[in-house]
Design a protein around this ligand. Structure first.
Ligand SMILES: Cc1ncc(COP(=O)(O)O)c(C=O)c1O
Length: 377
């Protein structure tokens, strides 16, 4: 029987009453713009991650861009990030006019290598943008320490890591600004697109909010017809979350703990079933609580095994492979094969397996057993 990689319809049916009620609430209110849902969602999301401020955006990509702009990062500045990530982490840096400096990752956590980061610091570097790949937090405590010594901002790309923690500290409470994605396949999925930046810095939050909303204070928009004149305090974009998405996200936020628990239980099932097979399970550091947005194994005959699994109705994914420096979009960086051996080896061998609250434990075991059969011991 085919196992779905994602199943949005199933998850919708499971939570239909609260999602339908949220959508109807917005439609019947007639407030499709500048209504109460966005600020309410921001307050609830900030409380959920334990951060003082949340500023919503219309995607994780937009959240990264808004964070960089609000930190004043642009032309002439450099930002350190990794190559084994979503295009958004790197494109956000380039699209604000800054220069990315790519570094390799730790072979076990697959997150930013600390020594490589230290070695990449130059006077032009203004920020570090570590990525919590697959839901495994980057080495934030040490990254923040190094950054503090060099006066660098830390923008954490936690688009895959809602609910993760390191050393008992929750993602969203560590970096200067942490960015999340609410794409439908994420831990907290919208019915379209969404994202958010969280921070403890009130002034930064205010700047991000203005940049994401035409350079105006939200209070002016909320005033509706009472607002007399436009008043753009800064350069502004329209990178806002909309009322409908905010209402749906509010309805779904209370489900995140259960869905995280399901992901962690499934990861445990996979780890036990795959132990000793040719498909190497991830090895999260004992210091972290992994959010398992992705469950990614590594194996030598990746392409052969993937094809045989597909023939059995088992979908797999090339989760962020190959690394970005090997894509045509970034050819101008002049970083060919051999630039980042750990990221490249991972990209050659990785295979993402289905995981998430839409799956039963039986389906996870069906996948795990098929992987062991096809990959061998
Ligand atoms: C690591 C990472 N950063 C950023 C993003 C961008 O998020 P969005 O798709 O909401 O723009 C993604 C999306 O998958 C991601 O995986």
């Amino acid at each position: 029987m085919a196992v779905p990689f994602y199943d949005h319809a199933l998850l919708y049916r499971r939570h239909k009453p609260v999602i339908d009620a949220a959508i109807l609430r917005v439609l019947e209110s007639g407030r499709l713009d500048w209504g109460p849902e966005v600020p309410a969602f921001e307050a609830e999301f900030a409380a959920f991650v334990g951060a003082p401020h949340a500023v919503s955006a219309n995607s994780g990509t937009a959240a990264l861009k808004v964070a960089l702009l609000a930190l004043g990062i642009g032309r002439g500045d450099a930002v350190i990030t990794v190559a084994n990530t979503d295009i958004a982490s790197l494109s956000a840096i380039r699209l604000v006019g800054a220069t990315p400096i790519l570094v390799d990752v730790d072979p076990v956590s697959l997150t930013m290598d600390l020594d490589a980061m230290r070695a990449a610091i130059t006077p032009a570097v203004k920020a570090v943008l570590p990525v919590d790949l697959y839901g495994h937090p980057a080495e934030l405590p040490a990254i923040l320490e190094v950054a503090a010594r060099h006066g660098l901002a830390v923008i954490e790309d936690a688009c895959l890591a809602l609910g993760a923690s390191i050393d008992g500290r929750r993602v969203g409470t560590l970096a200067h600004v942490t960015c999340f994605s609410f794409a439908p396949t994420k831990h907290l999925g919208s019915i379209g697109s969404g994202g958010a930046c969280v921070t403890a810095d009130a002034a930064l939050a205010e700047r991000m909010q203005k940049i994401a909303a035409y350079g105006q204070a939200r209070s002016r928009h909320m005033a509706g017809a009472a607002q007399t004149m436009l008043h753009h305090e800064t350069e502004g974009l329209n990178e806002r979350l909309d009322e409908l998405q905010a209402a749906v996200l509010r309805a779904k936020l209370p489900q995140v703990p259960d869905s995280l628990a399901a992901r962690r239980r499934q990861a445990g099932l996979y780890a036990r079933a795959l132990a000793g097979s040719a498909a190497e399970p991830p090895q999260p550091s004992p210091r972290v609580e992994h959010a398992f947005r992705n469950y990614v194994v590594h194996l030598d005959d990746r392409d052969g095994v993937r094809a045989r699994l597909a023939a059995r109705g088992i979908p797999t994914a090339l989760s962020y492979a190959p690394p970005l420096h090997l894509h045509p979009a970034f050819a101008d960086l002049g970083l060919g094969r051999g630039s980042f051996p750990v990221s490249e080896r991972s990209g050659d061998r990785l295979m993402g397996l289905p995981i998430g609250p839409h799956l039963t434990d039986d389906q996870v075991m069906e996948v795990a057993n098929a992987v062991v059969e096809e990959a061998g011991r």
